[in-house]
Design a protein around this ligand. Structure first.
Ligand SMILES: CC(C)(COP(=O)(O)OP(=O)(O)OC[C@H]1O[C@@H](n2cnc3c(N)ncnc32)[C@H](O)[C@@H]1OP(=O)(O)O)[C@@H](O)C(=O)NCCC(=O)NCCS
Length: 156
């Protein structure tokens, strides 16, 4: 089995977009489409990918607006989950954002997404609000939980 030392992280590139869209499609009921990944890349959003054995196994995409960094999407390939990859992706983003002068890292997460909410809480994010019925759901709509990590105090 590959150990964690062989996992590397780097900024995303245009050639990564199909693999990112494939992973997203497998993970999410309402995934970003390949076109959305292309648009995000061409709009200058910042992304990080995790690589192992030459394959893309995880990604995070962010958008910086003034001093706020928003985490737009995050995913780890199913066979690589629970090995600390998402934690490392978000921590790396946090460090970069801090260095670039961001004051806060913000995100929205489905209320039902217990794994992601647990991940963010472990990383020091706090819940700052709720957007009622923000997401499409299998039946009707689902709330988004707003979370934030203040980088001055909580950045790591
Ligand atoms: C959420 C997600 C990115 C986590 O990726 P991951 O690499 O498996 O997460 P990590 O191994 O870094 O886990 C870090 C912590 O997050 C929490 N966590 C992660 N997966 C969890 C799960 N299935 N159940 C409960 N807690 C979980 C735990 O606290 C974990 O720490 P621990 O392993 O020491 O208990 C992954 O499950 C995923 O891709 N989900 C589908 C897409 C998604 O929901 N993206 C987020 C949208 S906001």
């Amino acid at each position: 089995m590959t150990d964690s030392l062989s996992i590397t992280f780097r900024p995303f590139e245009e050639t990564d977009l199909p693999a990112m869209a494939d992973i997203e499609a497998d993970l999410q009921a309402f995934p970003w489409t390949a076109l959305q990944f292309i648009q995000s890349f061409s709009e200058g959003h910042r992304g990080l990918v995790a690589m192992a054995q030459g394959e893309l196994i995880g990604f995070a995409v962010t958008q910086m607006v003034l001093d706020e960094l928003s985490l737009l999407t995050l995913g780890v390939r199913r066979d690589w989950q629970r090995r600390g990859i998402a934690r490392q992706l978000v921590q790396a983003l946090t460090e970069q954002a801090s260095e670039q002068g961001a004051a806060v890292l913000m995100l929205e997460v489905r209320k039902s997404n217990a794994p992601a909410r647990s991940l963010y809480r472990r990383l020091g994010f706090v819940e700052t609000g709720v957007r009622k019925g923000y997401y499409r759901a299998e039946e009707g709509r689902e709330d988004a939980i707003l979370m934030a990590l203040t980088l001055d105090e909580g950045g790591r």
